[in-house]
Design a protein around this ligand. Structure first.
Ligand SMILES: *Cc1c(COP(=O)(O)O)cnc(C)c1O
Length: 466
């Protein structure tokens, strides 16, 4: 007989308790297959509950496949393979538990932007307009390459700002540079050997390696990727950051750009991927046109992101495919659904159209330029001849070479203790050699002008402890 313990004070309804008890018995095999269960009336009387409770429990068990009924003869247990032991406690390895995001007093992170200066109000207005005018688009599945209108606006924009000549059909919008590269790998570049800058953007390296592409680490000199060294590798596709090398900050001169393009043109199947991540910000001289603008042979895949120019949280980047790759993309790439929301795309389209984007870039360039100048002055004042700044002419970070006996690990450890967010060149190096250079990546986008003196003082104490 089924002596099911019923707890009448329990928050769970009576029928659910009966259901759970029987289900558990069946799963553990204690109620064997083909066992006949008591009738509703018998069980209701035995447990002193209503027949309705029994009926609800039996019905749910039938719906889930634990029981079946035979006409005029009652309820039976179905044949299933018992699973045991049930109810083992599943526990997360404490090593894997996520601690809450650490909050820092000051941040030298190269990854963020000055979010407090983002024009949330005008962004919001653009969003409101998008909701009002294009509501029907919100109820549809987004084109895999992104909203056509946005692609049109972007293609006009980058013609002027980056010298990138392309049709909207060549543009693919996606939720991040990493995702766009992944799409490219899936669709166009199966099993191709890649060349990455050394030091270089580690997130793309790890993606390539996870997807089992051979990766050759080609050293970067003051002009960017060394093309002679590139030639010594079997790589077919080189990923470079010509506007502001990540992390050294060097700007690739035209001589190196054409050299790289020549490497590309020499052999069928070679391409260059241009990661133009923070090209909007240039502090000395004019903005340098893209590498793509020099490409006469449709061999450059241009990728840019709104993570640095607007906000990382928009999750909005785009890639421009060469004309020769569009048909293969249309054939294989359109199976992958768009990863950025339509509303974000429509909002950005308006934000670009109504001039708010340009206003924002202008304001931020001015702001970053000031913060950067103030920071460099403060660093030079505090550290004197013990530091050298490199790669500061563009973008949102520069390198700081330190002349100190302190090992870099000790500096990083002290920074962590002092709640100073700090990154070293190590995370961009493929070869983790024994004696790492004492070089820091100093991002200044999240640093407020009034924080600079104190943050620099803290940094000094990390590098030169008493
Ligand atoms: C920030 C950054 C990007 C942009 O990355 P998203 O994935 O688009 O946010 C791309 N490349 C480099 C080197 C960067 O630093």
């Amino acid at each position: 007989m089924l002596h099911i313990p019923i707890d009448r004070d329990h928050s769970s309804p009576v029928y659910k308790q009966i259901y759970a008890w029987i289900k558990n018995e069946i799963l553990q095999g204690t109620l064997a297959a083909e066992t006949k269960l008591p009738s509703k009336r018998t069980l209701a009387a035995l447990l002193n509950v209503s027949q309705n409770s029994i009926l609800s429990a039996y019905n749910q068990l039938i719906a889930e496949g634990y029981l079946y009924t035979k006409e005029r003869s009652g309820y039976f247990v179905k044949t299933i393979h018992p699973i045991r032991p049930l109810n083992v406690e599943k526990k997360l390895d404490p090593k894997l538990s996520e601690t809450r995001a650490k909050s820092y007093r000051y941040s030298f992170s190269h990854m963020g932007v000055g979010a407090s200066l983002f024009p949330f109000q005008s962004w919001h207005q653009s969003e409101q307009k998008a909701i009002r005018d294009d509501q029907e688009l919100l109820s549809e599945i987004n084109h895999p390459q992104g909203i056509y209108k946005l692609r049109e606006i972007v293609s006009n924009k980058i013609r002027h700002t980056r010298g990138v000549i392309c049709e909207p059909e060549q543009i693919v919008i996606g939720a991040s540079t990493q995702w766009l590269l992944q799409l490219f790998l899936l669709v166009v570049a199966e099993n191709k050997p890649f060349a990455m800058e050394e030091p270089g953007y580690h997130r793309l390296t790890s993606l390539l390696q996870t997807m089992r592409h051979a990766v050759y680490h080609v050293p970067v000199d003051a002009h960017g990727m060394n093309v002679e060294k590139l030639r010594e590798t079997p790589a077919n596709i080189a990923i470079v950051t010509p506007s502001h090398q990540m992390p050294t900050g060097s700007i690739m001169p035209v001589s190196r750009r054409t050299e790289l393009l020549h490497w590309c043109y020499e052999k069928e199947g070679r391409y260059v991927i241009e990661d133009d991540y923070d090209s909007e910000f240039k502090y000395e001289g004019d903005i340098v046109p893209s590498l793509q603008s020099l490409d006469v042979d449709e061999k450059v895949i241009y990728i840019d992101s709104y993570s640095k120019s607007l906000l990382p949280d928009l999750r909005m980047s785009y890639m421009v495919l060469p004309l020769g790759l569009i048909d293969v993309f249309k054939e294989k790439g359109l199976h992958f659904m768009q990863t950025t929301s339509v509303l974000t795309q429509l909002t950005l389209a308006r934000f670009l159209e109504n001039g708010e984007y340009d206003k924002h870039i202008k304001r931020m360039s001015k702001y970053y330029k000031e913060v950067r100048a103030k920071l460099i002055t403060a660093l030079q004042k505090r550290f004197g001849s013990f530091v050298r700044v490199e790669g500061e002419k563009a973008g949102l970070h520069f390198l700081l070479h330190l002349d100190t006996e302190e090992p870099i690990e000790a500096i990083m450890e002290r920074a962590e203790k002092m709640e100073l967010e700090l990154y070293s060149i190590q995370r961009f190096l493929h070869e983790q050699s024994g004696s790492a250079p004492t070089t820091l990546i100093i991002g200044f986008a999240k640093l407020k002008p009034e924080e600079i003196d104190e943050a620099v003082e803290m940094l000094y104490r990390c590098c030169f402890p008493e």
